[in-house]
Ligand binder design. Structure first.
Ligand SMILES: *Cc1c(COP(=O)(O)O)cnc(C)c1O
Length: 594
């Protein structure tokens, strides 16, 4: 074939469009690798062979994608940290063409709670269309758009189509979920190749991304590699990050569903046989096969990695390496506080704790803490000026009042009602110490139990004049509220039933913003000892409630006693700064993987 030079036609344009897109600042990464003593990473990771991160949920509205909770926030923060440190990193996720918003009003004893569904267009968020890829699903060929957005050394690579649906739409073991998961895995894997990339590692953020590793196994096995070698190779380069505690809680799929959605996408008969053999009585759980396809496995806090109860097919207990979640510090911290932590030499330019961070933290004074917090309060007020409470009003808080918050998904095990167990008691505490209490958290659509609990809680509030004035429920909890409350609140409350929180990251946002944490000893909080923060103790719920009320009073008093405030804030920061640092998390993953 003759190759014509200097002549463009439509197929050249297509080739050009599909050509590997260079990243922006990849050469800066060496400084970071040196700082973490991993210079060998320059060879292990490159632009064409990046770290790949697979997630069904991303919570990054700035880039057009709204998530549901911690799983998506973690994915967004992991990518941001990689971008800040110039690490070659590709996040593969669906672009959902529609998103949910919660609306809530409480009036005259009635609550009006509904969800609206709003269209989202990727082109309005700076994504470029690359091409389409095809998967087989439900007896049809489905064409998926591949769209990408380059951000420094990272990119967000998405598959999407107009009928893709919303995040977590349909039942968890249903056909539509399986379609979304298969589309992400098989479609996303083709997208990666389309973008000219080969994965150095595949990190699976929970089992909904299993099909990405399966697509890789199938590619290797159908391209001539011996099947067992292909399994070994895939296993060695796949990390399964688990966020769940109990394997049995996961939904399963039927053989028939796999016949319709999964098997038609496999080229290798050996892979098909391997997968068929994993069914038990015609059902399959994705965790079972994810464990088989990923030799590297991690849990999201020390406690979680220890207690997650998973078994492989041979019946052996699965060991999870603990890599505690972190947060991207600049995303979640008031700018004045980030600058302060840098200027004082508490964190370095990589957002890692400086070598002598404990001594540096010891030099912080209550005056500095209070002055930073009052600046940060202005940011919260700014956000409150366009958000509403349960009565449809913009909440206003006097400058000299304290703010407590409880902000997290409204799910049973987090116990948002716990502080309202004794309404007269909490009212007395709020009034005595001039406290406003902010509650934020969405109820999952269709969770009638929790929406009933939210209504009961707001009825208790409505019937008590003090609570009615001081307790504000903010609907449609999102990143903006998550940040504003972390930044502006003085005290935050975290009450998961001990043993049920995998990690949690909201509490990290509270500590880094120099707030006082009141918490049960669970999730990532349990990475440090229980005297590192204001611990809720007790062996019954009754005792925990009593302990919580005492801690609420103690925290209020501390904001009026320089000595106590300094002691509590410094103890928290010293204990948790290394945990909180998202760069530390990325470093831990790199150490584990390479
Ligand atoms: C930080 C954050 C989360 C994480 O919540 P946890 O309950 O601590 O895991 C969830 N949603 C939003 C909007 C957040 O900002």
């Amino acid at each position: 074939m003759e190759i014509s030079v200097g002549q463009t036609n439509s197929s050249d344009n297509l080739a050009d469009k599909l050509l590997f897109h260079p990243l922006d600042n990849i050469e800066d990464v060496e400084e970071f690798y040196t700082a973490i003593n991993r210079s060998s990473l320059t060879k292990a990771l490159s632009e064409e062979r990046p770290y790949t991160y697979w997630t069904i949920e991303l919570y990054d509205k700035k880039n057009g994608i709204r998530g549901g909770g911690g799983l998506g926030v973690l994915a967004a923060d992991t990518r941001r940290v990689a971008e800040e440190q110039s690490v070659p990193f590709v996040l593969v996720t669906p672009f959902y063409p529609s998103e949910q918003h919660q609306h809530y009003e409480y009036r005259n004893g009635e609550s009006l709670n509904y969800t609206s569904h709003e269209p989202v267009d990727y082109s309005q968020y700076g994504f470029d269309f690359l091409d389409t890829v095809n998967i087989k699903a439900g007896g049809q060929i489905c064409s998926l758009d591949v769209v990408e957005k380059i951000l420094g050394s990272t990119r967000i690579l998405c598959i999407t189509e107009p009928g893709f649906g919303e995040l977590y739409s349909g039942e968890s073991g249903g056909d539509h979920r399986l379609y979304q998961e298969v589309a992400l895995g098989f479609g996303g894997y083709q997208a990666l190749k389309l973008a000219g990339l080969k994965p150095a590692i595949m990190q699976l953020n929970e089992v909904a991304t299993f099909f990405a590793a399966l697509a890789r196994l199938d590619e290797l096995a159908s391209n001539g590699m011996d099947f067992y070698e292909a399994v070994v190779y895939t296993r060695k380069h796949t990390l399964y990050t688990n966020h769940t505690l109990v394997q049995a809680a996961e939904a399963d799929f039927s053989y028939d569903q796999f016949e319709r959605y999964v098997f038609p996408n496999l080229k290798s008969p050996a892979v098909r046989k391997w997968l068929s053999d994993k069914f038990d009585n015609g059902r399959i759980r994705l965790s079972t096969v994810t464990i088989e396809i990923a030799e590297l496995r991690s849990g999201v806090s020390k406690l979680h990695a220890r207690v997650a109860n998973y078994h492989d097919l041979a019946g052996n207990k699965v060991k999870f390496k603990a890599v505690t979640n972190g947060i991207d510090i600049p995303t979640w911290t008031s700018e004045a506080i980030t600058d302060f932590l840098e200027e004082k030499g508490i964190i370095d330019k990589f957002y890692l704790p400086a070598a002598d961070y404990e001594e540096k933290i010891d030099q912080v004074t209550a005056t500095e803490i209070k002055s930073l917090k009052s600046k940060a309060r202005a940011e919260l007020n700014q956000v409150l000026s366009h958000r509403v409470d349960q009565y449809g009003n913009h909440p206003v808080v006097e400058d000299d009042a304290l703010i407590y918050d409880f902000k997290r998904r409204f799910v049973d095990y987090k116990r948002p009602w716990l502080p309202f167990t004794d309404p007269a008691r909490i009212a007395e505490i709020l009034e005595k110490h001039n406290i406003h209490y902010f509650l934020a958290g969405r109820v999952h659509e269709g969770d009638s139990v929790m929406s009933g609990r939210l209504k009961n809680l707001l009825t208790i509030v409505d019937q008590n004049p003090i609570l009615k004035r001081r307790v504000h429920y903010l609907p449609d909890y999102d990143e903006e509220l998550g940040r504003a409350l972390s930044v502006g609140a003085n005290v935050s409350i975290n009450t998961p039933i001990v043993g049920l929180e995998a990690c949690g990251t909201s509490w990290m946002k509270d500590i880094i913003n120099l707030g006082i944490l009141i918490s049960t000893h669970d999730g990532g909080v349990a990475d440090a000892s229980s005297d590192s923060y204001l611990n809720i103790s007790g062996s019954s719920e009754h005792q925990e409630v009593e302990s919580l009320y005492q801690r609420m009073e103690e925290a209020a008093n501390a904001w009026h006693s320089d000595f106590d405030l300094e002691y509590i804030i410094k103890t928290e920061l010293k204990a948790y700064l290394p945990v909180i640092s998202g760069t530390r998390m990325l470093k831990d993953y790199l150490d584990f993987l390479f």
